[in-house]
Design a binder for this molecule. Structure first.
Ligand code: RP5
Length: 176
């Protein structure tokens, strides 16, 4: 395994569709990373090993996503003193509130930084990891700046289109 900056873990293969949002952004920002499926409840020893191996491979930030009782981010945080970003995934009940509470309600001394539930959170976890890394790595800071500029440009473009064609046509076109 080559050197990495971010280790991403998810609790189940059923989380991979969401984890893809994280991976896409890490790739876009050129951040070396790994992605593993490892469960805090079903494979606790594997989680520990991944954290240790990832640290040995240079990981500076961990991203851990899980649904339901979502212990994974907290367990990763217990095994490392690197920052851990937790992504609460939506399960079949409670719209992800169960996972959100598990991720944010960490006991004093062992924090996990939680992002939003689901797809937006999965994307933001990668951005947030990049912001942490950008403090030390100027090349990542530059990539984040470019990302931000593209984001602003896309909003400007949307507003321009709205002014050009009006709300009715805009909504019709976006439906297709
Ligand atoms: C959690 O339980 C996983 O992160 C997943 O979101 C949820 C359900 O897991 P599966 O039964 O789909 O494997 O640990």
């Amino acid at each position: 395994m080559g050197k990495i900056k971010v280790a991403v873990l998810v609790g189940s293969d059923s989380d991979l569709a969401m984890a893809q949002e994280t991976v896409k952004v890490l790739e876009e920002l050129g951040i070396e990373h790994t992605l593993n499926v490892a469960s805090a409840h079903r494979t606790p020893e594997k989680v520990k090993k991944i954290v240790k191996d990832s640290e040995a491979n240079g990981a500076e930030v961990f991203i851990a996503g899980a649904g339901m009782s979502a212990a994974l981010p907290g367990v990763v945080a217990a095994e490392t003193i690197k920052p851990v970003i937790g992504i609460p995934f939506e399960g079949k009940a409670f719209g992800g509130l169960d996972a959100l509470l598990s991720v944010i309600q960490m006991p004093p001394g062992i924090p996990v930084g939680s992002v939003a539930v689901g797809k937006a959170g999965a994307l933001n976890a990668a951005i947030y990891a990049a912001l942490i890394l950008a403090v030390k790595h100027p090349e990542i800071r530059k990539k984040v700046e470019v990302y931000r500029k593209k984001l602003s440009a896309s909003v400007e473009q949307k507003d321009k289109k709205l002014q050009d064609i009006g709300i009715k046509k805009y909504i019709e076109e976006n439906r297709r």
